[in-house]
Structures are given as C-alpha cells and as structure tokens.
Design a protein around this ligand. Sequence first.
Ligand SMILES: C[S@@+](CC[C@H](N)C(=O)[O-])C[C@H]1O[C@@H](n2cnc3c(N)ncnc32)[C@H](O)[C@@H]1O
Length: 212
Amino acid sequence: MDLIQKLQPQIKKIKTINHGLGFEMSCNLEVANLCAIVARGCHGNWLELGTGTGLSTLFLAEVLEAGRLDTVDVNEEYSKADQSVIGPKQGLQFIVEDGGDFLSSCRPQAYNFVFADAWPGKYSHLHLVLNTLVVGGLYFIDDLLPQSNWPNHHQLKVDALLSFFNQLDSFAISHLHWGSGCAVITKLKEDTFATELIEREDYKFLFSEETF
Ligand SMILES: C[S@@+](CC[C@H](N)C(=O)[O-])C[C@H]1O[C@@H](n2cnc3c(N)ncnc32)[C@H](O)[C@@H]1O
C-alpha cells in the first residue's frame, strides 16, 4: 500500500489548514511515510514531539495498532486543527504542553518509538528523551539537511547532535542524506550519558533544560 496515496484527502485538508495558519513547517511527505513505517516495526507506545498541523501525526496514526501515540505541541491552535482532520482514534492522545515540561514528567523507558520534531527532545532535553526510550527502541529525527529557514549557526547544532550519537557505544545511528535529512537511532543499552561527553562544551546545549 502507498500510504501517501491513501491519505491524499487528509493531506489536502492539512495543506488548506497550513495555508490559513501560515504554517510552513510540515514534514516532508516521504519523511512522514518513512517515519510511520519505521514506527510500525516498534510495538508498544510512541511519542511525537512537535505535532504541528498533524502531517506526521496523520501517518503515524494511520499505522497505529495496539499501543499509544502521544503527540505533543506547545501550540493549541495547531493541535485543534490536527484533531479536526485526524479525528479521535483509539490510543491517540493530543497533548498541548511544552515539550521540555512533558519530557520532565515522563517515566524512564515509557516509549518504544520517538519522533522528535520540535526543539525539546532534539536540541535540548536530549538526556530526558533518550531516558524515556526502551532498550531496542528507535529515536527518529529529520530536518538534518540544510534548509533556507535555518537560523544562523544551526548547522553547528546539527553536526554536534549527529556527532554525539556517533561517539556513544549505547546507541547506533543511521544517517540518511535523503528527504529533509533523517536519522534513525536505536538504543543498544541503557546509558548513563558518560559525563565526559555531557561536559564537552560543544555538546552542553543538548542537555540544557531551557525551552527556546
Ligand atoms: C517542525 S514543526 C512540527 C511539524 C509536524 N511534525 C508536522 O508534520 O506538521 C515543529 C513544531 O514544534 C512546536 N514547538 C515549538 N516549540 C515547542 C516546545 N517548546 N514544546 C513543544 N512543541 C514545540 C511548534 O509549535 C511546531 O508545531
């Protein structure tokens, strides 16, 4: 089945909503599709950080079976728009909260799959999001290839994030130079986040608990 084809009616509605709200941060369609297919291989509970207007949520919800999908965004207007398109679905929970606050209240190993598409859980609060992942779980990120709307020096943050995972024995990373640029990362064993890495000046921002 081609999910992109199947979901065309809802994708069109989301595009209309995006136009009305001036929202330009939706996931690349191919990336949303890959994200959902990767998630489907992870049984249990899934977390999405950065619901936006729901394009990636739409794909994840479509393949959600027995587990739970918690999707978090700080913006209530976006969350309401998503719910109007995706509607209620067993296991799907829309959460309007700051991602950092949400992660601070998560228990360890709560999720089998995490799609981090907001600042918290990707460029801050990284230790919290990785603690909330089970061993064997997958952490999926996108927007790793240069984009015209990137703030100054964002490339340095992307490079630091990827290099952090490359240094850790407890995670394995596959970096795909495709779509908007994705990485699929698996947790091989529980990590205490070797202090020498956390304390490195170029990685410190990843563990900051400030929300931008
Ligand atoms: C790249 S967009 C997500 C796109 C979404 N996955 C989609 O396909 O439409 C990033 C989202 O993160 C949200 N966001 C920004 N800061 C946040 C924060 N501190 N906590 C939670 N969400 C935040 C924004 O409101 C925005 O919707």
